[in-house]
Design a protein around this ligand. Structure first.
Ligand SMILES: Cc1ncc(COP(=O)(O)O)c(C=O)c1O
Length: 383
């Protein structure tokens, strides 16, 4: 039956992130620096809210858009923290993680032949969904502009076929957050073009050196903007599968049709846990960020000492050093590091950036130190 399968699906490869995570688990002394989730437990009271929901038989379907109290909690969170307001009745959908928000939104807007601009390096979760809808990816290389999209470069690739741009700041894999002076020229440019702006801000609560600014705080792009978000990273809730999408009522009404047909609704116990996370545990990310900052500084210094230059991340829990001088492809680097030093990183090719590797510091200091010792030994073995 294989020849009956959608050829686009057959061409989709397993993301590089997963390949190396799977391989390293085969080594008893392996160190896994590929992890894309917080190494902290979900806060206790959030877990308790989920447990209580199950005990009280709150295990059925909810409204397709999600429980109203949760949509209110999402609305209040963004209003109180970032100052912009989305209507909980008509402008917010609770999804099965940000991943489903990405899927539902992209399938709502893309028709075959549409172009979607993707600044690269880019998180790998967008590409296949665009391709499945018959969309075409147009990349915007940011490696020479400090991993920030340059408005002039961007303007050159916007065409009559452009349907959307996907922005992800703080970014996976680089850990770059944008400052006001970097966001505003992009907002000015995008407001002149009738294209959707999908802003995936799932790492907004993991910003270290200054306050996060959301694209949603600019009213001039509101009709075009869809904010993709969720609790996976901020509240260590990856397995609860809880995300949300916020946007203009007219667009959200359409996204809801795709969401309710693919999911009906998000998991109900997870929705109850999420209400608690947003209403009562807003400082949970701060505790994690303290650890991330200490680890980031350590990792950055060690990499610099061994000649692996990287931008110092000001958000997320990733760092993206260049390996260009080793003359190895990122896949060769990651494969040999795994086979010779039993340490897994993600090759830059998984993010469409060949000369880099992604290291995650969502791991214990002990593992990070050991992993960096091994990377150092590997680098010296190349000399
Ligand atoms: C940029 C980005 N967006 C979305 C996701 C998916 O998040 P979720 O677990 O909420 O589906 C990830 C997960 O790593 C991510 O890095």
């Amino acid at each position: 039956m294989l020849n009956k399968i959608n050829p686009i699906v057959k061409d989709i490869s397993v993301p590089g992130i997963r390949v190396f995570a799977n391989k390293v688990s085969e080594y008893s002394n392996g160190i896994n620096l590929t992890i894309g989730q917080p190494d902290f437990p979900t806060p206790t009271r959030v877990k308790d809210a989920g447990i209580k929901a199950i005990e009280n038989n709150l295990t059925g379907y909810s409204h397709n858009a999600g429980l109203l109290p949760l949509r209110e909690a999402v609305s209040n969170f963004f209003h109180e923290k970032y100052g912009f307001l989305y209507d909980p009745y008509e402008e917010i959908i609770i999804t099965n993680g940000a991943s489903e928000a990405i899927d539902s939104v992209l399938r709502t807007i893309i028709t075959p032949g549409d172009e979607v601009i993707l600044p690269i390096p880019s998180y790998s979760g967008y590409e296949s969904i665009i391709q499945l809808s018959g969309g075409k990816i147009v990349t915007l290389d940011t490696t020479k502009t400090n991993f920030i999209p340059d408005p002039d470069d961007l303007e050159k690739i916007i065409s009559s076929k452009t349907k959307a741009i996907i922005l992800n700041f703080p970014s996976n894999p680089v850990g770059v957050s944008l400052r006001k002076e970097q966001i505003e020229p992009l907002v000015r440019l995008l407001s002149k073009h009738k294209i959707f702006i999908l802003s995936d801000e799932i790492y907004s609560e993991n910003v270290f050196d200054f306050d996060h600014i959301s694209f949603a705080s600019y009213p001039e792009i509101r009709p075009q903007l869809l904010l993709l978000h969720g609790l996976s990273k901020s509240h260590a809730m990856t397995g609860w599968r809880l995300g949300y999408v916020l946007g203009d009522q007219k667009v959200i009404e359409q996204v809801l049709k795709v969401h309710l047909n693919n999911s009906i609704c998000a998991s109900l116990p997870s929705q109850y846990a999420a209400i608690d996370a947003l209403n009562n545990c807003r400082n949970a990310p701060e505790n994690m960020n303290r650890a991330y900052i200490e680890r980031r500084d350590y990792v950055y210094n060690r990499l610099t000492e061994m000649g692996l230059h990287a931008l110092k991340p000001n958000g997320t829990f990733y760092i993206f050093p260049s390996i260009q001088h080793t003359k190895l492809s990122s896949l060769e680097f990651a494969t040999r590091l795994l086979e010779e030093q039993y340490t897994a990183v993600v090759p830059g090719s998984a993010f469409r950036a060949e000369d880099y590797i992604r290291i995650s510091f969502a791991n214990s200091m002990e593992n990070i130190k050991e992993g960096l010792d091994r990377i150092e030994a590997f680098i010296y073995s190349l000399k």
